[in-house]
Design a protein around this ligand. Sequence first.
Ligand SMILES: Nc1ncnc2c1ncn2[C@@H]1O[C@H](COP(=O)(O)OP(=O)(O)OP(=O)(O)O)[C@@H](O)[C@H]1O
Ligand SMILES: [Mg+2]
Length: 288
Amino acid sequence: MYSEATTESSETTEPVTAMTGQTDSTSQGQKADTAEKNVKVKAENVRLWYGQAQALHDLNLNIYEREVTALIGPSGCGKSSFLRCLNRMNDLIPNVRIEGQITLDGEDIYDPDVDVVQLRSNVGMVFQKPNPFPKSIYENVAYAPRLHGIANSRRELDELVEHSLKRAGLWREVSDRLQTPGTALSGGQQQRLCIARAIAVNPEVILMDEPASSLDPLATATIEELIDELKDRYTIAIVTHNLQQAARVAGYTAFFHMGEIVEFNDTDTLFTNPREQKTEDYITGRYG
Ligand SMILES: Nc1ncnc2c1ncn2[C@@H]1O[C@H](COP(=O)(O)OP(=O)(O)OP(=O)(O)O)[C@@H](O)[C@H]1O
Ligand SMILES: [Mg+2]
């Protein structure tokens, strides 16, 4: 029988102390109910260069366990670059240099002893454009668990595939055609298939880079509902250009601008009572 991840992090409880590096972290006006949260992913003084060009400047951010954190900001401000730091996807890009520290449950993910393949299944990623493998629906979900030895017998794999597709809200639509190609599904279904694929290897954190931006409003709503359900089990960071979407799905929001995090707060406060003029300009549509 396929068993759930039981990893609970209890080590890193600390108050919200966001996150700009420029502002006094005690005077940032977070609500009292956010005072004690488990920090799942902690980024400290993260700086990133592509060759000579610095794209991220001293970013600090706490991503809370079993919460949705939205990353918003104008195009080119570094949201995707930052997201890719969180599961070392930038390692795959030549000439990238990263400084600072990122921890997952208090462990440095850039430590030389870290198994990067394991890290990337623990911190899964869903991209803007759905990218199912050119394989059957079944194989899209079963491939990685088989590779990682998570499920070995055919029966275990069948159960895991069903479980993952159910959790991704896709099972009902595909249960009678698991052997058809994943690429034959609609865009919204493909995106849920990619979420099922990420879930199948038992991640704790799911990173999503504009997961609904290529989808129609109905498929977008389905993905948003799914994110809302997933946050009961997973820690989620989502990049979005859709501010309504951030307001709907995210408990916390970080506003990025020119490679810096200008402001981080619970989403309500950030949208209704931003501290920084730049945040206000952005959320009221004055630029970006
Ligand atoms: N592979 C790369 N090589 C060189 N420069 C890059 C690379 N990826 C991103 N950049 C640069 O880093 C900066 C931040 O880009 P990034 O893609 O992180 O922004 P973003 O906030 O995700 O933008 P968008 O909202 O358009 O997706 C930009 O100036 C971009 O040109
Ligand atoms: Mg991007």
